[in-house]
Design a binder for this molecule. Structure first.
Ligand code: HEM
Length: 445
């Protein structure tokens, strides 16, 4: 395995997507983890290409219905689980684990948005058990990707079997409000007689993993950094109020709010906050396997000989934490990705501008197709948290640190959960009546 440490070499690696391939490797590892047969085989001609094509249904114009549906589902879960019967009434402080809070809300709202709701109900029963199974499986995920056979990991196997059962086609066909993305995949998998129902269900389960395993910790870190930096939280909260005001929406906490995709796009400080927390918490590896012997040109003068089967790895965490690129890289700065009121995209090393400076979503052929949806849903979650709740960290806790046991696989989890307090805010026609008291207590934390 060769790790590429010089970020100026990244573009050469990324643009050789055909010779330096990702999907053949993922087609050996993903089946081991998720339990479906490899996709690139003679029994399922064309399936791999169609799966890749289906990813477009997470992007472009398709992002609008996904975003609208996510907003409704987040509001549903927030209202029923956390806001109390009546909106707009000052509530009591509650406390809880911040990771647990993010995980329960994002897991369910994402599930409802992607897979839809059950017949005759707005929420699926058994979501808590499904999430517990998910967490048991996810804890073992690094071992599965390291090719430890799942039969040696009995709990992970039992949890995986239960989750796969959840997605059996006869159950999914009863769900409504299913995203176009999943509808297309149901239709597509149905065209292959060689796939059994459990194989199809395993594909849907794999998408569940992809859609929440990184989004939940990413949501946690963005929320944690905001709550632990009250000055940043206030800037972002004000930005959200300003965007609503600009659109002529008189926000008050006794009403449900709807933020459109266009409004979310304008939230630059919120986006910078999310990018900054992704920079600090992401540790994914971009792995490529050489498909043939070839000469890889690095720049005008240099090239290296690559042999078939060589494994080349980009590890963007080394660039995210490089003090020559990011001043004080360990520090959270909510406005790191903003310059002169616009998104900052020029970052330098040794006086040279970098093409790639932030890569939590991978690169080139293995770039995450859900990245726009992920950023939008994290924005939506944080907008609702900041608009409807006063938030504080509980006192007497040490700073949250990352657990590196998933290094290489995506967004790192915290070593332990962080305790926080939250209570419904009261804002009448965009005049915040509780923030003065809540801010002073946040500042003293
Ligand atoms: C903050 C949240 C997310 C992060 C950081 C993230 C990161 C990544 C990364 C790094 C990869 C490439 C894996 C590799 O190179 O080995 C990837 C792939 C993928 N992601 Fe995401 N992801 C996120 C959210 C999502 C969401 C919400 C969805 C779907 C709704 C999604 C769907 C996928 C899929 C289907 C792939 C496989 C792509 C392929 O096989 O070409 N991801 N993600």
């Amino acid at each position: 395995m060769t790790f590429i440490m010089d970020p100026f070499m990244y573009p050469s690696i990324i643009k050789h997507g055909r010779q330096l391939d990702f999907h053949k490797l993922s087609d050996t590892l993903a089946p081991l983890a998720f339990g479906y047969p490899p996709v690139m085989n003679r029994n399922s001609p064309g399936l791999h290409d169609e799966i890749i094509r289906s990813f477009q249904l997470l992007q472009g114009d398709n992002l609008t219905p996904l975003t609208e549906s996510m907003m409704g589902n987040l509001m549903l879960v927030f209202r029923q689980d956390h806001m109390g019967e009546r909106l707009g009434e000052e509530g009591v402080w509650k406390s809880g684990g911040m990771y647990e809070f993010c995980s329960s809300v994002m897991f369910e709202a994402t599930f409802l948005t992607i897979y839809g709701k059950p017949p005759l109900a707005s929420r699926h029963s058994g979501m808590g058990t499904l999430r517990e199974d998910f967490l048991r499986f996810d804890t073992m995920f690094p071992l599965l990707i390291a090719k430890v056979p799942i039969r040696f990991l009995r709990q992970a196997k039992a949890s995986r079997d239960k989750m796969i059962n959840y997605f059996l086609p006869h159950r999914m066909l009863c769900w409504s409000n299913t995203s176009m993305f999943i509808k297309r995949r149901l239709e597509l998998l149905d065209q292959y007689d060689t796939l059994r129902d459990v194989d199809k269900a395993a594909h849907h389960f794999a998408i569940l993993w992809a859609s929440v395993a990184n989004t939940v910790p990413a949501t946690f870190w963005a929320m944690y950094y905001l709550v632990s930096h009250p000055e940043a939280l206030e800037v972002v909260r004000q930005e959200i109020h300003d965007i609503l005001n600009l659109s002529g929406i008189e926000f008050s906490t006794d009403k449900e709010v709807m933020l459109s995709r266009q409004q979310l796009d304008k939230l630059l400080y919120l986006e910078s906050t999310i990018n900054e927390s992704l920079r600090l918490s992401s540790a994914s590896m971009n792995i490529r396997v050489a498909q043939e012997d070839f000469s890889l040109r690095l720049d005008g003068e240099r090239s290296v000989a690559i042999r078939k089967e060589d494994i080349i790895v980009l590890y963007p965490q080394s660039l995210h934490m490089d003090p020559e690129i990011y001043e004080e890289p360990q520090m959270f700065r909510h406005d790191r990705y903003i310059q002169n009121g616009r998104e900052k995209t020029d970052f330098y090393k040794d006086g040279q501008k970098l093409k790639y400076y932030l890569m939590p979503f991978g690169s080139g052929s293995s770039m995450c197709p859900g990245r726009y949806f992920a950023i939008n849903e994290i924005k939506q979650f944080l907008c609702l948290m900041l608009l409807y709740f006063d938030l504080q960290l509980e006192e007497g806790q040490t700073r949250a640190t990352v657990d590196s046991s998933r290094a290489g696989l995506g967004i790192l989890l915290p070593t332990k959960d962080v305790r926080f307090r939250y209570r419904p805010r009261v804002v009448k026609q965009d005049k915040c009546v509780t923030s003065a008291t809540s801010m002073s207590s946040q500042m003293s934390d």
